[in-house]
Design a protein around this ligand. Structure first.
Ligand code: HEM
Length: 407
């Protein structure tokens, strides 16, 4: 074990809020990778890991980089414990992680998600056919959000999840403020959101217990884990994880897709002529516009990355979005290049045991709606990146609104 390298490269005075509400975090990641690829962010001293090789190594070493690190987001010290969230297997390590993940693994496998194709096609068509050429629409609220919530409702059995504003508000609030204790009014509002979320899940589970349907919630209520039936809490934690992980991600990803298509009319035209290239477009978009910038971990022992020692018990942010722009793996990383030979090495879905459960579903959903848009229109325009209202942070690369005009 080497000594701590007590140099500026460990605590260079970079504040985590530098990533809040900016159009292009990638130039920041680039300077981090070049100047100090492993360093501590202000104000809490969380460790940022920015290079591809380190991020991949750490993502695979669950024995050293524990997923309990995710709890700092859902279980802030300043919030009473009864209001904490518990996102099921997302925060678990082996062996519990795999036991719980297996409860839903098959449902999100390639074969299983293909069964949803007719439903996804119908949902995409019904939303897109409502839009007239040259009409300005707000793409996030008008198309992407109802599309992703409608699909998750259908697949897992939640109801009207787009209207579940408490969940949205809860995650929005967390995104910006989780790291420092907010004022009393803020905490009260957050607690009310949590009570409403709990009530929503209690009602839903009671309804499905009384009248099971052909959905994932009903299935989970009769599933056993190591011979024991799942408790209501276990089911609601799991469903809440799927709901949160499966809705905002898809909707913001689609917004990034529209921005990319608007930036390059040639690309729009090429994909329209050759829809078989849409999967390549989606894969490069995953790399280029990584929606979830980080995986959160906590070290279980001291570890050396890029010559810097991270001690035991530290919170580590593995910057997937930065790794995906690492020029040693992806040449000209800021350029949007379809058919990169090694595109499947991108880390947008993470890697290792916690690799995104919804990745097959996401690829399918995105392919179907992009294809529907390309078939229906000849072009798209939306404001330049720096004219848009961003709502991103270290947790999510998201946008507040996306005004769009199709032609
Ligand atoms: C562009 C869209 C998406 C991106 C970029 C994305 C990204 C990720 C990443 C990076 C992880 C790993 C988290 C970690 O390492 O701690 C993850 C996990 C997960 N994702 Fe996704 N995701 C997307 C869409 C979805 C969808 C549509 C679902 C549908 C249900 C989903 C469900 C999950 C779940 C349940 C986990 C936890 C897996 C585990 O801990 O074993 N995701 N996702």
């Amino acid at each position: 074990m080497t000594e701590w390298r007590e140099t500026d490269s460990i605590r260079p005075g970079v504040h985590i809020d530098i990533l809040t509400n900016i159009p292009n975090p990638y130039r920041i990641y680039k300077s981090w990778r070049e100047e100090h690829p492993v360093f501590q962010l202000e104000p809490h001293g969380f460790w940022a890991v920015c290079g591809y090789a380190d991020v991949k190594f750490a993502s695979r070493r669950h024995d050293i980089f524990s997923s309990v690190g995710v709890k700092i987001v859902m279980q802030p010290e300043w919030l009473e414990e009864s209001y904490w969230r518990d996102f099921s297997f997302l925060v678990q390590d082996a062996p519990d992680h795999m036991k719980s993940r297996k409860l839903v693994n098959k449902e999100f496998g390639l074969k299983a998600v293909k069964l949803f194709i007719p439903f996804i096609e119908k949902a995409a068509h019904s939303l897109i056919s409502e839009i007239s050429p040259d009409q300005e629409i707000e793409f996030l609220e008008g198309v992407a959000a109802p599309f992703s919530s409608g699909l998750i409702d259908h697949i897992i059995g939640t109801e009207n999840s787009q209207k579940l504003s408490d969940i949205q508000e809860y995650s929005e609030r967390n995104k910006q403020n989780i790291l420092s204790k907010p004022d009393g009014e803020y905490i009260e509002n957050l607690q009310n959101s949590v009570l409403n979320i709990n009530q929503y899940f209690d009602n839903l589970i009671q309804k499905r217990r009384a009248n099971p349907k052909d959905d994932l919630i009903s299935k989970l209520l009769s599933t056993k884990l190591e011979g024991e039936k799942l408790t209501d809490d276990m089911v609601s934690n799991l469903v809440e994880l799927l709901l949160l992980a499966g809705t905002n991600t898809l909707s913001h990803f689609l917004c990034h897709g529209m921005i990319q298509l608007s930036r390059s009319p040639d690309l729009f035209y090429k994909l329209k002529k050759k829809p078989e290239l849409i999967p390549d477009f989606i894969e490069e978009l995953l790399r280029h516009s990584t929606i979830g910038p980080i995986s959160l971990r906590k070290t279980t022992e001291a570890v050396i990355l890029s010559g810097v020692t991270i001690p035991k018990g530290e919170i580590v942010l593995l910057f997937l979005a930065s790794a995906n722009r690492d020029a040693t793996i992806f040449p000209d990383p800021d350029d949007f290049i379809m058919k990169r030979a090694n595109i499947h090495e991108h880390l947008a879905f993470g890697i290792g045991a916690h690799q995104c459960l919804g990745r097959h579903l996401l690829r399918l959903e995105a392919k179907i709606i992009v294809e529907c848009i390309l078939k229906s229109f000849n072009g798209i325009s939306c404001p330049e990146e720096d004219q848009l209202e961003w709502n991103n942070s270290w947790i999510m690369n998201s946008i507040e609104k996306l005004p769009v005009r199709f032609r």
